[in-house]
Design a protein around this ligand. Structure first.
Ligand SMILES: [Zn+2]
Length: 267
């Protein structure tokens, strides 16, 4: 029976040691230089209530403990890069009981727009290869790729309404449901029914507005497909909350119910 005991000890170590290390990391004080980075690069942070600031700092600590940052294209990873990206990503997790992006293992950061080879199948089976300059990408295999100059682009300008980190991490939330289709993990069938009802109506409205050349609060890129619609409406929810609530109240309420925060309080 000694081998059974041996396996039990191994299992205990495998589960308990990482948890103990995480508990220790979370028990440490949040470094003052990190708080300065948040004040500089997350304009919302200074206006948020204290309990949300505390939650955010705890989530950031967990993110930094569990995820590996990789500098690409010659970029050296600094505390500013790590804390800024973790901070923006963890804004999507406040007041929610979810894990900190459980599938994500690596954040790859390029200094500026990076080139990703693309293969497209055209009509008649012709395959073309293109190179596209990208500011961010989210993969369901545990990677997010970001261009640093796009992350810090207009950090304090909420009217700009775009946030590449929130965009890519909304895709991560979307993929946690098993497929990246514009619907994240929701509590029950009724929540999914309500979600698809609101999103379909709003998606159709966006297509109609683009077709008729009307100005839109929602980035027209959201018309690409439902997954992109969820990502750009997440950006609008956090970065253009007042306009979104006025012009798309049902959509705003749906996202407020999912994200469990009220960004108008700190806009
Ligand atoms: Zn996207």
């Amino acid at each position: 029976m000694w081998w059974l005991l041996f396996i039990l000890v191994l299992l205990l170590l495998a589960f308990e040691v990482p948890r103990a290390r995480l508990r220790y990391a979370l028990s440490q004080a949040f470094p003052l230089p990190y708080s300065k980075i948040l004040r500089k690069n997350l304009p919302e942070y200074s206006k948020m209530p204290t309990d949300l600031q505390m939650q955010l700092k705890r989530r950031i600590r967990q993110f930094l403990f569990q995820k590996t940052f990789v500098g690409c294209g010659g970029l050296i990873i600094t505390d500013e890069i790590k804390v800024t990206i973790a901070g923006r990503a963890c804004m999507l997790l406040l007041n929610r009981s979810s894990e900190v992006y459980p599938k994500l293992t690596h954040v790859l950061v390029y200094p500026s727009a990076f080139v990703a080879p693309r293969t497209q199948m055209l009509n008649g089976g012709v395959v073309t290869h293109t190179n596209q300059g990208l500011s961010g990408e989210s993969w369901s295999d545990g990677r997010v790729i970001l261009a640093w100059d796009q992350v810090i682009h207009h950090p304090g300008d909420s009217s700009h309404g775009q946030d590449v980190v929130m965009h890519e991490f909304a895709h991560q939330l979307d993929s946690e449901s098993g497929s990246t289709n514009g619907a994240p993990v929701l509590p029950d069938a009724e929540a999914y029914r309500r979600w698809s009802q609101v999103m379909e109506v709003e998606y159709t409205k966006l297509l109609h507005a683009i077709e008729h050349h009307h100005a839109t609060v929602i980035d027209p890129y959201g018309a690409t497909n439902p997954a992109e619609f969820f990502a750009v409406t997440t950006e609008a929810f956090f970065k253009k909350s007042t306009e979104l609530a006025v012009y798309h109240p049902a959509l705003y309420e749906q996202l407020r119910s999912y994200y469990q925060v009220e960004p108008r309080d700190w806009s």
